[in-house]
Ligand binder design. Structure first.
Ligand code: F3S
Length: 64
């Protein structure tokens, strides 16, 4: 499973990180880091919940 990060859409809500800090990293200003995420096995649910929590739909679930 992969999460594609659409950095331009990120508005710094930080809900992804609040939901699943083991998956999502933010920069010093609270925006998602600009790289796609390879989700480790067993953490798909956390990744999914975090992606769904983003109101800007900046986190796109792929290869699932
Ligand atoms: Fe950005 Fe959405 Fe997370 S706006 S900080 S990707 S909740």
């Amino acid at each position: 499973m992969k999460i594609r990060v659409v950095k331009e859409k990120c508005a710094g809500h930080a809900r992804c990180w609040a939901q699943s800090p083991e998956i999502y990293d933010l920069d010093d200003e609270g925006y998602i880091l600009d790289h796609d995420i390879d989700v480790p096995e067993g953490q798909e649910r956390a990744a999914w919940l975090g992606a769904k929590s983003c109101p800007e739909r900046a986190l796109v679930i792929e290869d699932y």
